[in-house]
Design a binder for this molecule. Structure first.
Ligand code: ZN
Length: 81
């Protein structure tokens, strides 16, 4: 029987100040500079974008993002302009 294991944190990368991987402020709380967060899964490491705002926990996690840019677009499309 498989038992639930919490995701293992592998790496955190800060928001690049510019370029393709730059992340807009959080669409939920407006805080700037969310981080890229890499975690382990049974089928390999995956990336999500995670807001560090207190009591926010905003995140975009597709479950299949093997590269950071796979979640960049999704986060930025949701972000407030
Ligand atoms: Zn937030």
């Amino acid at each position: 029987m498989a038992s639930y294991k919490p995701p293992v944190l592998l790496d955190i990368k800060p928001n690049p100040p510019e370029g393709e991987l730059h992340l807009k402020p959080c669409p939920f709380c407006g805080k700037e500079d969310p981080v890229y967060w890499q975690y382990e899964t049974d089928v390999g490491p995956r990336w999500k974008v995670f807001c560090l705002g207190e009591e926010c926990g905003g995140c975009i996690d597709t479950g299949y993002a093997q590269q950071r840019h796979h979640v960049t677009d999704k986060w930025n499309r949701r972000a407030k302009e």
